[in-house]
Design a protein around this ligand. Structure first.
Ligand SMILES: NC(=O)c1ccc[n+]([C@@H]2O[C@H](COP(=O)([O-])OP(=O)(O)OC[C@H]3O[C@@H](n4cnc5c(N)ncnc54)[C@H](O)[C@@H]3O)[C@@H](O)[C@H]2O)c1
Length: 117
């Protein structure tokens, strides 16, 4: 790998804009942590969940209010239900539910629903 390639990779890393879709037990801690290094938006279909998170409180207590509020105030972390707020992201991480049926087969409908957006 030459110096040009290294500089290109560093530029690409600095240009990351990450969207985490589904701000539950998995997605929110991930999004909060990413936000400390990269421009990050959290996306969820549940407006009241998004409102509470933007107000600095995670009802699931997976992320402490201190860390969440630090991410919002000092790292520009925000959550949204609006597609327009995530259109310019270049990395999308999906963490929506995949419940299993009686045969332990995952129901992938929420995942496909997200992929269509
Ligand atoms: N919770 C765990 O301990 C755990 C462990 C390993 C893997 N997982 C996997 O991680 C994934 C997420 O699980 P979780 O426990 O975080 O789920 P969760 O139910 O805690 O949160 C899911 C979030 O996704 C949102 N959501 C659902 N459909 C959506 C859609 N179409 N668009 C946007 N947001 C949507 C919901 O509003 C909710 O806030 C699942 O596939 C699960 O199997 C979870």
């Amino acid at each position: 790998m030459n110096w040009f390639n290294i500089k290109k990779i560093i530029k690409e890393i600095n240009d990351f804009k990450i969207c985490v879709i589904g701000l539950g037990y998995v997605g929110l801690p991930l999004a909060r942590l990413f936000s400390t290094k990269y421009d990050t938006v959290g996306f969820d279909m549940n407006q009241s969940r998004v409102d509470a998170l933007n107000a600095g409180h995670d009802a699931t207590m997976e992320v402490s209010d201190v860390l969440l509020q630090d991410a919002i105030k000092n790292h520009g972390f925000k959550c949204s239900t609006r597609l327009d707020d995530i259109r310019d992201c270049n990395i999308y991480i999906v963490a929506v539910p995949t419940p299993v049926d009686e045969n332990n087969r995952p129901d992938l409908k929420p995942l496909w629903g997200q992929a269509k957006l």
